[in-house]
Ligand binder design. Structure first.
Ligand SMILES: C/C=C/C(=O)SCCNC(=O)CCNC(=O)[C@H](O)C(C)(C)COP(=O)(O)OP(=O)(O)OC[C@H]1O[C@@H](n2cnc3c(N)ncnc32)[C@H](O)[C@@H]1OP(=O)(O)O
Ligand SMILES: NC(=O)C1=CN([C@@H]2O[C@H](COP(=O)(O)OP(=O)(O)OC[C@H]3O[C@@H](n4cnc5c(N)ncnc54)[C@H](OP(=O)(O)O)[C@@H]3O)[C@@H](O)[C@H]2O)C=CC1
Length: 444
């Protein structure tokens, strides 16, 4: 078998800011390092209490796939761990190989993804090193972040809102060749210019959570928060929560953050969120938030703090919190949900929904417009990264374990091809104006 080409030269060139021709002059390697799960390990955790992702997430060499005309190869400088990487690595609620098989049935484009391994990761920053023949707006050398929305523009369902097409996918979760590798493959319209004042690891850890929170709170498909709205945010220092808190403040709303420790409460306050509730101080006993009076007790705490009920509840925890979320929302209020970390079969008392005219809205990801809009806010220095820790690619499984066990705050990044932390800043003056203190608020 022929010796695989080394990825080192191209990565070094991308890192050091080489131009288009210089990058094109270096061969694309046939193999590269990446973090992946294996199809033959799908049953690994059957019957086990601790589904430790360090057993299922591997780092090793994978093949460079063939590039489609509408795609680009990006040298990934940094990627982030999102909770979907945890779901993928525990093979729940559906082994992601089922998504790859389904994608494979769409034809040649999809069939490339249907492999016995799955390269994960849905957030990245990096440098374009190759473009397909149909790509017009991007060239090798461009410094980008990658939106995880994977939308087929030929599907009529995507015309009004990319998220409404049946073929819409989450990149690196329902597609292969995701962010957690030295290289990744993305559709050209997933690319957005990298916010110039951020490091690779900051830029690579924002789009998925910031974009999801933007659609849920600000975009026309979500709760459409207005000035003065009280918004209850579960897990206000988590990936989604840390961006939701900022978006509410930035839009003139009144965030009420829920957290599980005093250290996290201090972090939420440092983000300018005055009202914080430590859920462990609600005195709910063994049943926790599933206590029949949890909604009432949480609601009383909110009324004491703010003086009114939340018009919007920012939900993604599901089974444990959903009943309380429906209860505490104000008359006519909205519970907006994008997930079910604690279980997807929810129970809530429907009388409080219909008698008080509340609504539940399901939300998922964000369309390209929303991805660009939220990155614009980040690029303007109005919404900030919430990076807390950085791991090398070889320790991608450790990084994922930290998120799986709720040991983290904000976002956890993985350095893929970047030489070290702190690289990639293109606009130091803007960085100085935003301030290191604000950009490093979540660092531990
Ligand atoms: C941006 C990043 C975000 C994230 O990462 S989110 C976090 C992680 N995501 C998750 O945890 C979600 C994981 N996904 C899932 O659990 C599953 O993915 C779904 C439950 C969402 C869907 O599962 P499915 O098996 O596709 O469900 P069905 O829709 O019931 O499809 C099975 C068959 O049922 C047909 N069907 C759908 N709706 C109807 C209907 N209303 N009446 C009759 N049939 C229906 C379909 O077409 C299909 O059929 P056919 O198998 O032949 O293709
Ligand atoms: N559909 C979509 O487009 C998207 C869906 N998601 C989903 O949203 C969920 C959250 O993602 P993300 O924010 O990145 O995850 P994180 O792990 O970063 O944050 C989750 C937060 O939830 C809180 N939490 C954990 N357990 C409980 C509990 N039992 N009760 C109350 N709060 C709890 C924690 O805060 P604390 O302990 O301080 O209370 C933690 O900070 C995941 O299920 C993910 O799959 C995420 C992004 C996009």
């Amino acid at each position: 078998m022929a010796q695989p080409a080394s990825s080192g030269d191209l990565l070094e060139a991308a890192r050091s800011g080489a131009g288009e021709q210089e990058l094109l002059d270096i061969d694309l390697p046939t193999r590269f390092r990446a973090a992946f799960t294996r199809k033959d390990e799908v049953g690994l955790f059957d019957g086990q209490a601790d589904k430790d992702v360090r057993r299922s997430l591997h780092v090793g060499e994978v093949d460079m796939p063939e590039l489609a005309p509408d795609e680009v190869v990006v040298a990934v400088m940094a990627a982030a761990i999102n909770f979907n990487t945890v779901w993928s690595a525990i093979f729940e609620p559906v082994p992601t190989f089922a998504f790859l098989e389904k994608f494979g049935r769409q034809g040649w484009h999809g069939a490339r993804h249907d492999l016995p391994y799955h390269v994960l990761g849905s957030d990245a920053s990096g440098v374009v090193v190759r473009t397909g023949s149909g790509v017009k707006s991007w060239k090798p050398g461009d410094r980008v972040v990658i939106s995880p929305s994977y939308v087929d523009e030929e599907d009529h369902g995507s015309y009004d809102d990319g998220m409404m097409s049946e073929t819409q996918l989450a990149w690196g979760f329902e597609t292969n060749f995701g962010a957690l590798g030295e290289f990744c493959i993305a559709k050209a319209n997933q690319l957005i210019r990298k916010p110039a004042h951020l490091t690779w690891e900051e830029a690579g850890s924002t789009t998925l959570c910031a974009g999801t929170a933007y659609r849920m709170l600000v975009g026309r498909h979500g709760a459409r928060m207005k000035q003065g709205d009280v918004v209850l945010i579960w897990g206000a220092t988590g990936g989604l929560g840390s961006f939701a808190t900022q978006l509410v403040k930035n839009g003139g709303g009144i965030p009420v953050g829920v957290v599980s420790s005093e250290e996290k409460a201090a972090l939420v306050r440092a983000q300018g969120c005055e009202h914080v509730i430590n859920r462990n101080e609600l005195d709910l006993g063994e049943q926790g938030l599933r206590h029949p009076k949890a909604g009432r007790m949480l609601g009383e705490a909110i009324r004491r703090l703010v003086g009114e009920d939340p018009g919007i509840v920012f939900e993604y925890l599901g089974r444990e919190t959903f009943g309380a979320s429906v209860y505490v929302a104000k008359r006519g209020g909205t519970i907006i949900t994008c997930g079910s970390s604690t279980g997807y079969k929810h129970e809530y008392d429907n009388r409080f929904l219909w008698m008080r005219l509340k609504s539940i809205i399901g939300s998922h990801g964000f369309n390209y417009h929303e991805a660009v809009e939220v990155n614009r806010l980040i690029g303007l220095g109005m919404i900030h990264p919430t990076l807390s820790a950085v791991f090398p690619l070889d320790e991608a499984a450790e990084a994922t374990r930290a998120v799986q066990t709720n040991q983290h705050v904000g976002k956890v990044a993985v350095l893929c091809a970047a030489g070290g932390e702190g690289e990639g800043v293109d606009d130091p003056a803007l960085r100085e104006r935003v301030g290191e203190e604000r950009l490093n608020l979540f660092r531990r």
